[in-house]
Design a protein around this ligand. Structure first.
Ligand code: NAP
Ligand code: G4F
Length: 326
């Protein structure tokens, strides 16, 4: 039975990846931080077969211990301070977790495998946020990186450190440059889920408006359940490599609002959305659009869920959750 260790198991992608690997017959282990992490219960409810280990990306000895306890064939590093807006307020913490944390885990894996470098395959969760002030469109694996946030800078560090461990030690270390991916499990701090929750509450008469920031930013949004398959496929290749994972479509926040409100029968949302300076960023990533041609050609990967289907899925899930009082 193959085995895998997932950091960031309590997050959106960690949960989908755990479900995918369990369905494939893996022995799945997850790293959970904190002495009483409230999201631990979410993992034990949704994926009870996952074995949990205490650990933190900033604490290398905890990573070494988790590797010893789980002895995985595959390590997926999904743990991060992942909210871009928060990264300006907490730049050092973001660097410790999202940048140095990658080095800690790579180094822990290197120590764990010793001279048997083929023993563990490694996946790093890189991000389209690394393209930042984009230097070409669409963005592909060779596009110059120009990060625009402490989070983006931290991800560039983790990305290059992953490549460096592959080139220096021959580790099977791959990096997935994933564009934004969403789902009903998306954290409520991110714009898509903030909108789907607000639309559900407004349509049920529980809220009268929503405060947002820049409505003109554009993102290449896909479904998280599709994207975790690409992660797994990367680690099944004979050679480690880097891959962009994206839909090849870009939409604005306004487009998301149009579809989300239309789903509950509201055509004109302008009176229900207010712009608030507090949600504007010191530096914005204006437009992201990915070219996932390499992932399609080499991995045979393509997205299954369309943008309208994704919006409908998220609003429906929040309508149900709001009605049930979850
Ligand atoms: P998420 O829902 O925010 O999950 C982040 C995970 O990181 C959580 O499980 C969190 O644990 C964990 N974490 C935070 N600090 C940690 C620490 N010090 N040590 C260990 N774990 C820690 O993020 P996601 O959307 O699933 O994304 C997964 C990964 O992909 C992240 O690295 C993210 O940066 C990257 N990524 C995401 C997207 C996207 O659109 N979703 C796109 C590109 C790349 P707690 O629950 O304890 O906080
Ligand atoms: O949903 P967001 O917070 O996601 P963002 O910044 O694109 O980052 C996400 O995707 C990255 C991949 O490119 C990941 F690496 C990262 O971990 C994370 O998952 O913001 C999307 C856009 C931004 O342009 C933001 O300015 O929405 C705009 N926006 C407008 N109003 C807002 C809001 N974003 C948030 N979170 N909240 C608002 O009220």
């Amino acid at each position: 039975m193959p085995s895998a260790l997932i950091t960031g198991i309590t997050g959106q992608d960690g949960l989908y990846l755990a479900e995918l690997l369990l369905a494939k017959g893996y022995d799945v282990h997850g790293l959970v931080r904190g002495q009483n992490n409230p999201k631990r219960d979410l993992v034990t409810d949704l994926v009870p077969d996952v074995q949990l280990h205490f650990g933190d990306l900033t604490d290398m000895s905890s990573l070494i211990r988790a590797l010893r306890e789980s002895d995985p064939d595959e390590v997926y590093n999904l743990g991060a301070v992942s909210f871009v807006a928060y990264s300006w307020e907490n730049a050092h913490l973001t660097t410790d977790v999202t940048a140095t944390g990658v080095l800690n885990l790579l180094e822990a894996v290197r120590l764990h495998v010793g001279s048997d470098v083929d023993r563990v395959r490694f996946y790093q969760a890189s991000s389209s946020e690394m393209f930042g002030k984009v230097q070409e469109t669409p963005q592909h694996e060779g596009t110059l990186l120009w990060p625009r946030s402490p989070y983006g800078v931290a991800k560039v560090y983790g990305h290059h450190m992953t490549i460096n461990y592959r080139e220096s030690y021959g580790m099977h270390a791959s990096s997935g440059i994933l564009f934004n991916h969403e789902s009903p499990r998306r954290g409520p701090e991110f714009v898509t889920r903030k909108i789907s929750q607000a639309v559900a509450r407004i349509s049920l008469g529980l809220q009268d408006h929503v405060l947002l920031g820049n409505l003109d930013a554009r993102r290449d949004w896909g479904f998280a359940g599709d994207y975790v398959e690409a992660m797994w496929l990367m680690l099944q290749q004979p050679q480690a490599d880097d891959y962009v994972v994206a839909t090849g479509e870009t939409h604005s926040i306004r487009d998301f609002l149009d579809l989300a409100f239309a789903h509950v029968g509201i055509e004109d949302w302008t009176p229900l959305v207010r712009q608030d300076e507090r949600f504007m960023r010191p530096a914005e990533v204006d437009v992201l659009l990915g070219d996932a041609g390499k992932a399609r050609d080499v991995l045979g990967w393509k997205p299954r869920v369309s943008f309208p289907e994704l919006v409908a899925m998220m609003v429906e899930a929040d309508l149900e959750a709001t009605r049930q009082g979850w």
